[in-house]
Write a protein that binds this ligand. Structure first.
Ligand SMILES: *Cc1c(COP(=O)(O)O)cnc(C)c1O
Length: 429
């Protein structure tokens, strides 16, 4: 039998010095890893309990077609989601084709002409800017007479309490709070911070709907935003809660009325949640949810490990390795295009799918500069699988996330470092 060192050297080209350095960085994280394991364990039991409570059975895994009336598996999975997130109701559908779509449906279903939408955490995720109409797009909320206000974060990523108070008015109907940093250099908000924000908003206007964009945040903590006062919580199934197995989908959980409003928008007024065939993917969505706590735990370890490795090499990292996490995204500031490209190539080389292709920066629609993406994923665009993307412009940040298992994440980071080293772009200390 080959030793592990031999496999890493011969099959993956990882040198002894890289391995030694990385193992040392891993060892420095033992306490943090133990804490991640405790969160994973808690969330695993939470998910299992919800499945048992709802008497999940293999009868639920049958496919429906056509209208999809009486799809018991779909309805059961939605009840399981509601229980896992501590909410009243859930909409979990393959017809929600992405996180952006789920957020769009939640917004459009709950806002009416004349209403105002408020973001108290600065600019929302890039694609949402088109949805809202901050950037002009056909069919935006702005075209339907829904206005928008934004209160930027203060220095140090603090909430601008005074600004938020002044922005809330008689038209304010919905407040959208993005948990994850997205493609910004800012911190991601913990559930406790989101709680503080929602409590403040509701103290000014109690009937405002508080929606949390939960993308990348699910199962990172032991509580979720609905449990601290959010009315709607929205995310993508090809991120955390799909556990890498969901081939498509989004979810909206929250108060029954608001989830129903979203369902009427997704299908049609009068039809709502009653329709929507699942075409046989309920087993993947359900098993994905079951695996999700474990997969998120592996992704978190990967993020910490990357931070610990690249911080030791002198690169800026956000969050710092030992900082408490609110999402699975790790930012690394490389300071040069060459280093960004080498890092992304290393991540791609470690992929189970398409490991033999070298990603190149390209002019992606909607971006003001070339973007490079490393993703050798089983599910196209899945960012719960080990992936990295970077706009090729100063300060040359890479956004890295995912990892279906910790050990895959680990080898991805090791190969990225090996690639940088071989191109003479870093030196080990
Ligand atoms: C990924 C993401 C979205 C949009 O999800 P897509 O599935 O890519 O459309 C929205 N908000 C945040 C914070 C995200 O990370």
């Amino acid at each position: 039998m080959e030793t592990m060192e031999a496999i890493l050297r011969e099959k993956f080209g990882i040198s002894e010095e890289v391995l030694k350095f990385c193992l040392q960085k891993e060892a420095e994280l033992s306490q943090e890893f133990a804490q991640i394991d405790r969160i994973t364990e808690y969330n695993q039991y939470k998910v299992l309990a919800a499945m048992q409570k709802n008497r999940l059975s293999d009868a639920h895994f049958a496919a429906t077609t056509g209208y999809g009336y009486n799809d018991l598996g779909r309805d059961t999975l939605e009840q399981i989601y509601a229980d896992v997130f501590g909410a009243e109701a859930a909409l979990v559908r393959p017809q929600l084709i992405s996180g952006t779509h789920a957020l769009t449906v939640a917004l459009a279903g709950n806002l009416r002409p004349g209403d105002e939408l408020l973001s108290p955490v600065g600019a929302p995720y890039d694609t949402l800017q088109g949805v809202i109409g901050i950037r002009a797009e056909k069919g935006s909320l702005a075209e339907y007479g829904i206005t928008y206000r934004q209160v930027d974060l203060l220095e140090g990523d603090r909430f601008d309490w005074e600004g938020i108070r002044n922005a809330i008015n008689e038209k304010t109907k919905l407040v959208t709070i993005q948990r994850s940093k997205g493609y910004e250099w800012r911190k991601s908000f913990s559930v406790a911070e989101i709680c503080e924000l929602i409590t403040f908003v509701k103290s000014i206007k109690s009937d405002v709907i508080c929606m949390v964009d939960n993308c990348y945040g699910e199962f990172v903590e032991t509580i979720e935003p609905y449990e601290v006062g959010a009315d709607l919580v929205v995310g993508s199934l090809i991120k955390n809660p799909g556990g890498g197995l969901a081939p498509i989908g989004g979810y909206i959980v929250g108060k029954t009325e608001y989830v129903e409003n979203a369902a009427y928008r997704l299908s049609a007024p009068g039809l709502g949640k009653e329709v929507g065939a699942t075409l046989g993917i309920t087993p993947s969505l359900t098993q994905g949810l079951f695996q999700a706590p474990q997969v998120v735990g592996g992704s978190l370890k990967t993020a910490l490990f990357a931070a610990q490795v690249y911080d030791a090499l002198g690169f800026g990292v956000l969050p710092a390795a030992k900082e408490v996490r609110a999402d699975i995204v790790q930012l690394i500031q490389f300071g040069s295009a060459k280093k960004v490209i080498a890092f992304c190539r290393g991540i791609q080389k470690a992929a189970p799918v398409d490991s033999y292709v070298a990603p190149e920066p390209w002019d992606m629609p909607g971006y003001d500069c070339p973007v490079i993406m490393a993703a050798g994923a089983f599910v196209q665009g899945s960012s719960i699988e080990l992936s990295a993307d970077a706009p090729i412009k100063p300060p040359y940040n890479v956004y890295m996330q995912g990892g279906l298992s910790w050990h895959h994440g680990k080898i991805g980071i090791m190969i990225s470092l090996q690639t940088l080293l071989e191109e003479g772009l870093v030196k080990l200390p």
